[in-house]
Design a protein around this ligand. Sequence first.
Ligand SMILES: NC(=O)c1ccc[n+]([C@@H]2O[C@H](COP(=O)([O-])OP(=O)(O)OC[C@H]3O[C@@H](n4cnc5c(N)ncnc54)[C@H](OP(=O)(O)O)[C@@H]3O)[C@@H](O)[C@H]2O)c1
Length: 331
Amino acid sequence: MKVLLTGASGLVGHATMQAVLGRGHEVLAVGHAHLPNLPIDAAAKKRAQAAQIDLTNDIALDRLLFDYYPDAIINCAAVSSQAAVEAQPELAEKLNVALPRRLAQIAFHLSAPLLHLSTDFVFDGDNGPYRSTDVPMPRTHYGQLKLMAEKEVLRCGGDHVVVLRITVVNGNSPSGRRSLHEKLFHSLTTGKPATLFSDELRQPVSAINVADVLTELIERPNLHGLFHWAGPDTLSRYDIGRAILKHFDLPENLVVPALSADQPDAHTRPRKLEFILPPLLGKLKAQPTPFAQQLEELVVPAECQEWYQRTRVASNKKPSAPRRLVQGKDF
Ligand SMILES: NC(=O)c1ccc[n+]([C@@H]2O[C@H](COP(=O)([O-])OP(=O)(O)OC[C@H]3O[C@@H](n4cnc5c(N)ncnc54)[C@H](OP(=O)(O)O)[C@@H]3O)[C@@H](O)[C@H]2O)c1
């Protein structure tokens, strides 16, 4: 199958490229500021191409799709955080709403499945755990845009589309700066402990696991509509941080707890984001990855390696071999 993959230089897209190639498909991996890292494995590399394209440019987008003529489209491109949406609201509207709408229109035209990613931030966090049939109530502009996109994709794509809402993602991004542990590491290299909320509950999901689900979904064109996917475990942000530190043999007092409810922007922060995974859970071979197993997938960001070796030794914990580097070094 020929798969057009957008956002292939990002956290979820990079993992998805590996999963799709691992299943023997062909991929056109699209990034924008960064050229996606293709596999070093010769057999997989033969089936992969990388491109850098501004997908907010409609002409470039149409040319890309009609030249490549994919059998399936996976959209992982986005302005993917509230802070980034606030910084660039016009770009966010184009990338998070107009792009998925256009992809859905073209997918319908090509009779190709489109998989589009959305977020738990479409909910306010007051009345979870949430089913995909529950009424969304976003608290942030990011959540509002993602909700608008869901509606547009489902409206324009008909039976050809899956909208997969996912929760906060654990994994290794090509930039080494995108995921939960990568942000924590970079924050700690400033020399200050990180403050994490003990009253915000999240259900982290593994990027590799999301990638497996997306790959299974392109092979199952009978499945369409709006679905939820997450890991099986719910933890506070503070407990997630502590578990990451423990996993990497770092001192647990490098994170300190705080209450989200005490913050001036508390009204914009969903307190408890949890998903109910059926019906998708019962329809797929892929199963959610437990949080403990997600930790095993993580590697130290390359830029933090020196700090890590210093701090880890200083923590007086059991010695072990330096952890593997990431950031394109595997590819
Ligand atoms: N990460 C999470 O915790 C999380 C949680 C829930 C839902 N999601 C959803 O999952 C999806 C993937 O998120 P992610 O965390 O993997 O995102 P990410 O790491 O921030 O990657 C975003 C991707 O979008 C691409 N992009 C940005 N501007 C572009 C443009 N003008 N034209 C083409 N491509 C452009 C980036 O390419 P360049 O870097 O090359 O510019 C990058 O590949 C998003 O829909 C997000 O809303 C993520």
